[in-house]
Ligand binder design. Structure first.
Ligand SMILES: *[C@@H]1O[C@H](CO)[C@@H](O)[C@H](O)[C@H]1NC(C)=O
Ligand SMILES: *[C@@H]1O[C@H](CO)[C@@H](O)[C@H](O)[C@H]1NC(C)=O
Length: 560
């Protein structure tokens, strides 16, 4: 019997005796609550961090995100002015929506007391109980007003919990199912407490979970489990719903799922564009306005057709910058439910394409890791306009700061190294980066918006996400002679909108039969991929270095 089932059954049993309530929280953990006038006792059964791999949790998050995004906008506007009375936060409005670090519990002797927003006196202590649990005692007294509520964010490096306090009484929260790693982390970093204005908790958590999804989904979590590569049905449906809400695009189901092409039809530089309905591609799509989430390219090497790409999906058998024979690639692509379209280069670009130079360049970067360092930056160009509503600009810095404490190595890789590159500094940590930027009259958000330069060498090599890898290959193949093009500024949409693809190609019969209305051939997938602005923008120097991408219209100003 699975552990989860055991817990569930014992919980149901417990519930019958103690009249406890059982709920699932935002992080996918079970909570059992018992309360009386004097005390509220809660047990939190941590699941393995569900957000990372549990499709149910993820699809729920995706659906909630749409509603939450609408609320975020309102909340951000409202709370800055209303969540301030009798505040313990200090004079600046900014703190009203910043979670504030108030202290940490390192061992059973430590105690943290502070004045909260709703309770003038809140005291925390903790207690190790049994092999796998830690109990946090919270005593909340001296309420400021009848209806106020205190929002707390309790966190270790990998475990997170949100708690609301409403009545003057004792509260205990027991964190169950902790493993040896948790205790090592706990002894070192303790349980950290943050407080913030309760009405923005939801907004904050939504941002937090979205970023976590990004980071976790990209495979940086060492606890990342191996899961099957197929996308479950409900996940696909959640994603279709999401895509419809976000883009107004109803993905049509296809009858033909695979179109077999003769390899001779596929040429150097042809773009294989992919969408996988897994909840991650969709977040990328939302952020960038793109209808595809992954980019790969055809390249003939030693008379054999290969697909080359920068890839690190957990569903894919290989990671890093890689080549696979077309046959192998198609097999893997089918296994993980890719929807794939083939976008052929125009004749003139085919002629320009220098195969030898492309292969030579590819060999110098083959095996380098996926471009985590600049993952977010192709998307963030203009300081205010690029965050999808799930990630309000105001929250980005805060969320990163929080993450830099919670997940230092990830944030270092994701963010701090890239910020050092922009500043021309080396080895500065998050706080130093912020300080250095401020000295140069730049906010963090402004610094993030500065273009990423191709060829910046990171601690683990050059850094290319899938679409910037493609552009780097095109540059190497001499498709843009005499132009200054930064591949790192290109998202998948920027690639397919380049006016270098043949939108009037004569398609093989089997392609036309499968998708009569598409101007290109869809080789795999259950859902039809339609592109906006396919092959319409002439390449030019410095393109995409200053483009906003604003939901829901994603208008691209000329020459940005
Ligand atoms: C800093 O930037 C602001 C706005 O961009 C500008 O008004 C101000 O003069 C700058 N200050 C310095 C010292 O450069
Ligand atoms: C597009 O492809 C067709 C063959 O399928 C070719 O005849 C035509 O010249 C190509 N157009 C351009 C602009 O490259």
């Amino acid at each position: 019997m699975r552990l989860g089932t055991t817990i569930l059954l014992s919980l149901l049993f417990a519930q019958a005796i103690f009249a406890a309530t059982v709920t699932t929280n935002k992080f996918g953990s079970l909570e059992v609550t018992k309360e009386s006038e004097d005390i509220l006792e809660k047990e939190v059964f941590f699941s393995e961090d569900a957000q990372y791999y549990d499709y149910v949790h993820r699809s729920e998050h995706l659906l909630n995100t749409i509603d939450q995004a609408k609320k975020n906008k309102l909340n951000l506007r409202r709370d800055i002015t209303t969540c301030e009375t009798e505040s313990a936060f200090g004079p600046t409005d900014e703190f009203q929506f910043t979670p504030i670090f108030v202290g940490k519990l390192l061992n059973d002797e430590s105690e943290v007391s502070y004045e909260g927003q709703c309770f003038k006196q809140i005291k925390f202590t903790m207690e190790h109980v049994g092999e796998d649990s830690v109990k946090v005692h919270i005593d909340a007294r001296k309420k400021r007003s009848t209806f106020c509520k205190e929002a707390l964010f309790l966190s270790t490096t990998v475990r997170h919990h949100v708690e609301y306090l409403f009545l003057e009484r004792k509260h205990t929260i027991t964190f169950k199912n902790l493993d040896a790693d948790d205790f090592i982390d706990l002894d070192l970093g303790g349980i950290r407490m943050y407080l913030f204005c309760h009405s923005i908790t939801e907004s904050f958590m939504s941002v937090f979970n979205t970023l976590k999804l990004f980071i976790g989904g990209l495979g940086l979590n060492p606890k990342y489990p191996v899961i099957g590569s197929h996308v479950p049905e409900y996940m696909q449906q959640a994603n279709r719903h999401f895509i419809k809400e976000v883009f107004g695009w109803e993905m049509e189901e296809r009858e033909t799922r695979e179109v077999v092409l003769d390899e001779s039809y596929i040429h150097d530089g042809d773009f294989l564009a992919i969408t996988r309905l897994d909840g991650l591609d969709e977040i990328i799509m939302w952020g960038t306005g793109s209808h595809v989430g992954h980019s790969t390219m055809a390249l003939w090497i030693d008379d054999e057709l290969h697909i080359v790409e920068s890839q690190d999906g957990w569903y894919w058998p290989k990671s890093n910058i890689q080549r696979n024979t077309y046959k192998q690639w198609i097999e893997w692509a089918k296994n993980c439910d890719f929807n794939v379209i083939l976008l052929p280069l125009k004749d003139e670009y085919r002629e320009k394409f220098d195969n030898a130079a492309a292969v030579e360049f590819f060999e110098t970067i083959e095996g380098m890791p996926y471009g985590y360092h600049n993952f977010l930056f192709g998307w963030i160009d203009t300081p205010d306009d690029n965050y999808p509503p799930a990630l309000p600009a105001e929250f980005i810095g805060i969320a990163f700061e929080l993450f830099s404490e919670l997940l230092p190595s990830v944030i270092n890789s994701f963010f701090v190294e890239a910020m050092n590159q922009r500043l021309g500094t080396e080895g500065y940590n998050f706080k130093q980066v912020v300080y250095e930027a401020a000295k140069r009259n730049k906010t963090l958000v402004q610094l993030m918006a500065e273009p990423e330069i191709d060829g910046w060498m990171y601690s683990d090599g050059y850094s290319y996400v899938c679409s910037s890898f493609l552009i780097a290959m095109y540059k190497a193949a001499n498709l843009f002679p005499g132009m200054e093009i930064q591949g790192t500024e290109f998202g998948p949409k920027d690639v397919y909108q380049l006016n270098i693809y043949n939108s009037t190609a004569v398609l093989p019969e089997q392609c036309k039969a499968a998708d009569p209305d598409l101007p290109y051939c869809q080789i795999l997938g259950r859902y039809r991929l339609e592109l906006e602005g396919y092959s319409t923008i002439e390449p030019y120097s410095h393109m995409n270095e200053n483009c906003p991408s604003v939901y829901p219209e994603y208008v691209r100003p000329d020459g940005c």
